[in-house]
Design a protein around this ligand. Structure first.
Ligand code: 5GP
Length: 187
């Protein structure tokens, strides 16, 4: 059976670190590169971290029905999962791993059903999440404020996921997700 693994969390919960860890541990996984209209940050590369596209290109893809799901994650910042990415990865015999926002995660789980394992990564607290976003130093103060506000709302979706992992201690969170993935991939 073709499978997908969905990671969602409020921004700054350590989700991306955990997704990268899974990609290192499980060679049968491949990351689904999303489209976004936001600008690249830091060392991000086009085609590897995201397909960085213009709002016009994004609208074009919506009209072509190219997305499994898409969300306006922040005002005027669109993110979408390409159907072609899922097909490409499945055609290589691999399992798809997604790093998406909470609403996108719920949509993907609905779309893929039993083919999907959806995991919600929870920060220990909103205060800790804010501290992490500040220390990551990749976003300005305004962006961080927006993300922290959004996080409280996003927490309310956690029960719609198959599994919840609290990222209090990173090593513990890594072994929890490893175990969840091992069970799902071998089933
Ligand atoms: P960032 O700008 O920090 O890279 O991502 C912001 C949020 O958008 C993160 O929660 C990330 O997981 C999410 N995201 C990335 N790609 C997609 C996508 O294709 N669909 C949805 N719904 N969210 C995405």
């Amino acid at each position: 059976m073709n499978k997908v693994i969905i990671f969602s969390a409020p921004s700054g919960s350590g989700k991306t670190t955990l997704v990268r860890h899974c990609l290192e541990v499980f060679s049968e996984l491949e990351f689904s590169v999303s489209c976004t209209t936001r600008n690249p940050r830091g060392n991000e590369q086009n085609g590897i971290d995201y397909h960085f596209i213009s709002p016009d290109e994004f609208r074009q893809k919506i009209s072509e029905n190219a997305f499994v799901e898409f969300e306006e994650v922040y005002t005027d910042k669109y993110y979408g999962t390409l159907k072609s990415e899922v097909e490409r990865i499945w055609n290589t015999g691999k399992t798809v791993i997604f790093d998406v926002d909470v609403k996108g995660g719920v949509s993907l789980k609905k779309y893929f059903g039993d083919q999907a394992l959806s995991i919600f990564i929870m920060p220990p607290s909103i205060e800790e999440l804010e501290r992490r976003l500040v220390s990551r130093a990749t976003d300005d103060a305004e962006t961080i404020r927006t993300r922290v506000e959004k996080a409280s709302d996003e927490m309310t979706f956690k029960d719609q996921f198959d599994k919840i992992v609290v990222n209090n201690d990173l090593d513990e969170a890594k072994s929890s997700v490893e175990q969840l993935l091992k069970n799902f991939l071998s089933a």
